[in-house]
Design a protein around this ligand. Structure first.
Ligand SMILES: CC1=C(CCC(=O)O)c2cc3nc(cc4[nH]c(cc5[nH]c(cc1n2)c(C)c5CCC(=O)O)c(CCC(=O)O)c4C)C(CCC(=O)O)=C3C
Ligand SMILES: [Fe+2]
Length: 401
């Protein structure tokens, strides 16, 4: 790790940022509705300016309606916040943790107002999203850029963020454990059905995104060297890192597929869709699948509906055995690894990071603390570019690298 931090910007040529004495931590997430009356306003927030057809919104509303209008994501974030606070306290890291969302209360703008009012001036953000990409990374940076502008806190409150963490053992380990358990589960289902040697396929799945967003993901110079887009490449790296730790998976086929496509049917998104892929596997002679939802950090609505309801139903209709691996949630490895991620950026009394880990289990990592110019950029439909944080091009007066 290079330690030649530019005294003007605070980071080095690899986008590694010098530890700082942050006085607050912000857990940033997506947010979700808490009752039937919230469902439509929430969906309007999510899709503002994005050209998602009304029929799609009505369809997605039924997923929430079936669960009392409540998304599980807020309760999951409250649990994650409590677990992170306990781990910070156990390590004597006395930095308060706040929570703010993109699409539902507590909104990021409210939370940063509260942080500033409490006297804090330097904030380190951790989001509930592990990969690069517009929806996964840049949009969280924009949420802060826009909120700082809206609240008049630009220049008064400094917000940095920890690196994307798809490649960390913290994120990968819970899936390793889950894959072992799910393989045993599907093997037992097949034995029960009188087909003990039936073929099992390991299906890694993530959120589909527009192919244009996938192609725009990541720093330009790095992307130019890849075989496929960076979003897919990072997911493939995670799949490999998981498989490397699961000897029971040796000899089994695996794939990367996509879920939860929305948008206009004329706009290309990453494929294949999981349900189409499952039908193909059946035709190929597969007897059962283990679904590994590596795109997500918790078992929220996209997991409970699109996988545990729809994909599971597809399997039932096709006659495929099915089991889904849990997401990291509040797994102890995930929680302590997220605190490692914060700690590598928090300066102790000696000015050094509390724990200079920068752990990574993939050749692609560790990821940048500070994003390169135009990383994951998306020009809005009205032609504007939103303000961001934690990027080379979000800092006035810093020349492009
Ligand atoms: C990459 C990615 C993640 C992973 C990264 C991360 O975790 O942030 C993610 C997470 C989530 N997506 C979620 C929900 C929704 N996403 C939508 C729409 C969209 N997602 C997109 C991408 C992603 N989404 C995209 C490109 C769109 C099209 C519109 C747009 O460009 O914005 C819509 C609109 C209706 C629809 O079309 O489905 C909904 C309701 C929830 C909450 C679940 C709950 O409530 O429990 C979560 C965690
Ligand atoms: Fe989404």
């Amino acid at each position: 790790m290079s330690q030649s931090f530019d005294p003007r910007t605070g980071y080095d040529e690899n986008g590694v940022m010098a530890p700082k004495a942050y006085d607050a931590i912000l857990l940033a997430s997506f947010g979700g509705p808490e009752g039937q009356d919230d469902v439509i306003p929430f969906l309007r927030n999510v899709t503002k300016g994005r050209g998602i057809p009304d029929e799609r919104l009505e369809e997605v509303a039924t997923h929430y309606r079936a669960n009392g209008g409540i998304s599980p994501i807020n309760a999951q974030n409250r649990a994650l916040k409590a677990a992170l606070e306990a781990e910070l306290a156990a390590r004597d890291i006395n930095v308060p943790l706040y929570w703010g969302n993109r699409n539902w209360a507590p909104y990021v703008a409210e939370t940063i107002t509260e942080i500033h009012a409490a006297g804090h001036r330097t904030v380190l953000m951790l989001s509930t999203s592990a990969y690069s990409g517009y929806s996964s990374c840049r949009q969280y940076r924009e949420d802060l850029g826009v909120a700082l502008r809206e609240t008049g806190l630009e220049g008064k409150l400094e917000v940095d963020k920890v690196r994307q963490y798809f490649d960390t053992p913290a994120f990968v380990n819970p899936f390793v454990e889950g894959l072992r358990d799910s393989l045993a589960n599907v093997r037992a289902q097949l034995a029960e059905a009188g087909n003990p040697d039936g073929e099992i396929k390991i299906v890694f799945v993530t959120h589909s995104i527009p192919t244009s967003d996938a192609e725009a993901a990541g720093p330009r110079d790095l992307v130019a060297e890849l075989k496929t887009d960076l979003y897919s490449t990072q997911h493939l790296a995670v799949a490999d890192a998981i498989l490397a730790e699961v000897p029971q998976a040796a000899g089994l086929e695996h794939s990367l597929v996509f879920q939860s496509r929305s948008g206009s049917p004329h706009v290309p998104w990453l494929e294949p869709d999981i349900n189409d892929a499952l039908a193909q596997y059946k035709a190929d002679g597969v007897a059962g699948v283990v679904v590994v939802p590596i795109g997500f950090v918790s078992d929220h609505m996209e997991v409970l509906w699109d996988l545990d309801t729809e994909a599971k139903d597809s399997c039932a209709e096709l006659g495929l055995a099915f089991h889904r691996v849990p997401t990291p949630g509040t797994h102890t490895d995930f929680v302590s690894g997220m605190v490692d991620l914060l700690a590598e950026r928090l300066a102790g009394s000696d000015g050094n990071a509390l724990k200079a880990g920068r752990a990574s289990v993939a050749a692609l990592g560790p990821w940048f603390d500070v994003c390169r110019p135009n990383c994951c950029a998306k020009v809005m439909r009205d032609g504007t570019v939103k303000p961001t944080i934690a990027a080379v091009d979000s800092e006035v007066g810093v020349p492009e690298a």
